[in-house]
Unconditional design. Structure first.
Ligand code: SF4
Lengths: 255, 430
């Protein structure tokens, strides 16, 4: 039987999420044996034309050209998986959505007339149908391997949608909010990292974006009680997943 | 009859960043070579304005998934210098250790998975594994040792979470670090193996007369600090950058190039670091370099794979030394002392000099940010390389010329999204 054909495609991003695949040092050669890596420019110059069985999409849509390109990518693949905060929520570059992009371009480039970019950075799901989403900035490689192996085995992937707070309790970590009064986004942030930041004595900063059910207002009130300013709260929700609805709304409430 | 041919390559593979390459040939002469960047602008310098200083290392890390530590380090040092903060020798050592992890990871990936296939005629490192399995496995093991070091010190390998202004959130324990020693020792030996293996490659015989620019430090091979020096006599502090270098916005691209005001193109990265800091390498590593055919200066971009191997050996040993002498400071970070001011700093990212400058207000919010990544500095030198290759190999078939141009770009390990991807090669023959 022919091996499933895999493509890895990039839009506006830092390349960190696709690097996660190359960072699976122990599994890389096995994965490369189980699938045909048909189009993965960061790793190979052999680019075979579609259609593909599975396409991993990194990055957000920030130009007209990319908005057209993602539709072509969708047409060429059976399963489309977005990897990371850029692709699932617009990423940090979505901070432009709350500012004047023309002014921003003028601030960075001497010749703004050479630059063509959209006023917003949008997730892939704003443009085409997405089959699976992996959260995180960057994604967790364990989740990536789980999703790829589940697809290969034809079973449902096990990808929890609860909060980092639950992962933190499962890992029996000391709660940084209760024990140290450190503001933490864990209660509203999507699982996947294994509660990494609390394990390093810092509050979660929400790089996996909102969990499936969130009560951001209650958490914001808790932050205030711990001494966080409105500005702190605004910024915390307006960073790596600024354009995702629950975080966007909560940031606005403290803007 | 005049010849008219066009080659289009939709993507330059095994580099990071999107762009296009255009070679114009008419009257059997290369008229121009243009490398344009199509990486969509993400506008970091604009949205950093108004952010709190403490947020900056987490934000700038996202400029590049391949060298996040470099971005975290340049921004943390620059802001600390504006605030007059001095984290002390133990924090300094731990930061250097973290940076070693990034070098191991980045260099191992580039040497074997991205660069070596060009010398051996493979499309990629995975295809190469079928006949060079042992080397690919050793490179992956070394890469993993670098990543594990970054995980322990930084929390994770991509966008570490443990770096903050003033130091770290949590200090690693002696036991956590000591546990890394065996893998680092093996990674060191693997790097020696890669050096010996690569030294037998058939390297094109070219010498480039670039001005080489790198940090230089009085006692150590530079990672986190030093003065900016060059083979043509530049010797300045980071805050004098603008007096010697100039950033130019290149027509029809999203890239800013930088040049030495007085002279033009220059090169940063492993060849520059090595040439300007050869005497900072221990004698036994210099001996390994000699054995691999390297002199104290290497001006052949193809041989950069050997210099990366030398640097990998060095950082593995340096990491082992830093772990053996690890002395946890009393506090994980020195306190933040915001004040209005300006701070500039440069560190050595694996692929070259990374310069940051921030202007901050009295509360410690960013007023302006400027970031000059290695690839925008190297791009004029890469173009000069391409011009030379296209000129010398003008009569070769398009696919051969194309591969030669791609390989010339890969020699420099251009930093993924900091400045370049999606290199589209167009050769116009008229
Ligand atoms: S989600 Fe984060 S790690 Fe992934 S590509 Fe975007 S910026 Fe990079």
């Amino acid at each position: 039987m022919a091996r499933p054909r895999l493509a890895v495609i990039k839009f506006a991003s830092c390349d960190g999420c696709q690097l996660s695949l190359l960072d699976c040092e122990d599994e890389l050669l096995a994965v490369a044996g189980a699938v045909e890596i048909a189009n993965f420019p960061e790793a190979s110059r052999a680019v075979h034309p579609g259609p593909y069985d599975v396409t991993l999409v990194e990055g957000s849509i920030t130009t007209e050209h990319d908005a057209a390109r993602i539709r072509a990518v969708r047409d060429e693949t059976a399963v489309l998986i977005t990897i990371g905060a850029c692709a699932t929520s617009g990423g940090i570059q979505a901070l432009r959505n709350f500012a004047d992009v023309g002014e921003m371009v003028r601030a960075v480039y001497a010749r703004p007339d050479f630059i063509s970019t959209l006023a917003t950075s949008t997730p892939i799901s704003a443009h085409v149908k997405v089959d699976y989403e992996l959260r995180g900035c960057p994604i967790d490689k364990g989740q990536l391997l789980e999703l790829v192996s589940a697809l290969l085995a034809g079973r449902r992937p096990v990808l929890p949608s609860h909060s980092v707070c639950v992962e933190c309790k499962l890992a029996s970590r000391v709660c940084v909010m209760v024990a140290h009064g450190t503001p933490c986004l864990g209660p509203v942030t999507h699982a996947g990292c294994g509660a990494l930041c609390p394990g390093y004595h810092r509050g979660c900063y929400g790089c996996f974006g909102p969990a499936e059910t969130t009560n951001t207002a209650t958490l914001a009130a808790q932050w205030q009680a711990l001494g966080a300013s409105r500005r702190d709260i605004h910024r915390a929700f307006r960073t790596f997943n600024a354009a995702s609805e629950p975080f966007c709304r909560e940031a606005d409430a403290h803007g | 009859m005049a010849e008219t041919r066009r080659i289009r390559v939709e993507m330059l593979a095994r580099v990071e960043g999107e762009g296009a390459l255009e070679v114009d040939i008419s009257d059997r002469k290369v008229q121009s070579v243009r490398l344009s960047i199509f990486e969509p602008p993400r506008l970091y310098e604009a949205f950093l304005r108004g952010r709190a200083a403490a947020e900056v290392p987490d934000i700038t890390a996202r400029i590049c998934g391949i060298c996040p530590v470099a971005y975290q380090m340049s921004s943390a040092h620059a802001i600390e210098s504006a605030f007059g903060m001095e984290p002390g020798p133990e924090i300094r050592a731990l930061r250097r250790l973290l940076y070693c992890g990034e070098y191991i990871e980045s260099h191992a990936l580039h040497m074997v998975m991205l660069h070596a296939p060009d010398f051996l005629g493979f499309e990629d490192g995975i295809a190469m594994a079928a006949s060079h399995g042992d080397l690919v496995k050793r490179a992956l093991a070394a890469k993993k040792a670098g990543n594990t070091l970054m995980c322990v010190v930084g929390g994770r390998e991509i966008h570490p979470i443990n770096v903050r202004l003033g130091g770290f959130y949590r200090l690693p324990t002696r036991a956590e670090l000591s546990a890394l020693q065996p893998d680092l020792a093996r990674a060191r030996d693997d790097a020696v193996g890669i050096l010996r293996w690569a030294s037998r490659f058939n390297f094109p015989d070219v010498e480039r007369d670039w001005e080489l620019v790198a940090l230089r430090h009085p006692t150590e091979y530079p990672l986190n600090e030093g003065r900016i020096a060059s083979t043509s006599g530049i010797d300045i502090a980071a805050d004098e950058f603008d007096s010697v270098f100039e950033e130019r916005h290149i027509a029809h691209s999203n890239a800013l190039h930088s040049v030495v005001r007085a002279r033009g193109a220059y090169l940063t990265g492993p060849l520059a670091r090595y040439a300007l800091n050869y005497e900072r390498l221990p004698a036994h590593i210099q001996a390994l370099a000699r054995e691999a055919g390297l002199g104290p200066v290497c001006r052949n971009p193809y041989r950069s794979i050997l210099v990366r191997a030398i640097e990998t050996i060095y950082v593995c040993e340096e990491a082992m030394r830093l772990i053996a002498t690890y002395n946890p400071p009393r506090e994980a970070a020195v306190p933040l002392t915001p004040r209005a001011g300006v701070g500039a700093w440069a560190t050595e990212a694996p692929r070259g000099l990374l310069w940051h400058r921030y202007e901050l207000d009295a509360e410690g919010n960013i007023r302006t940010a400027r970031i000059v990544p290695p690839t925008s500095q190297n791009q004029p030198a890469i173009e000069a390389d391409l011009l030379d290759i296209a000129t010398r190999r003008i009569d070769e078939p398009d696919d051969v010329l194309q591969l030669a141009c791609e390989a010339a770009v890969r020699n420099h390990d251009p930093c993924i999204s900091c400045a370049t991807h999606f290199l589209k090669l167009t050769v116009n023959r008229r």
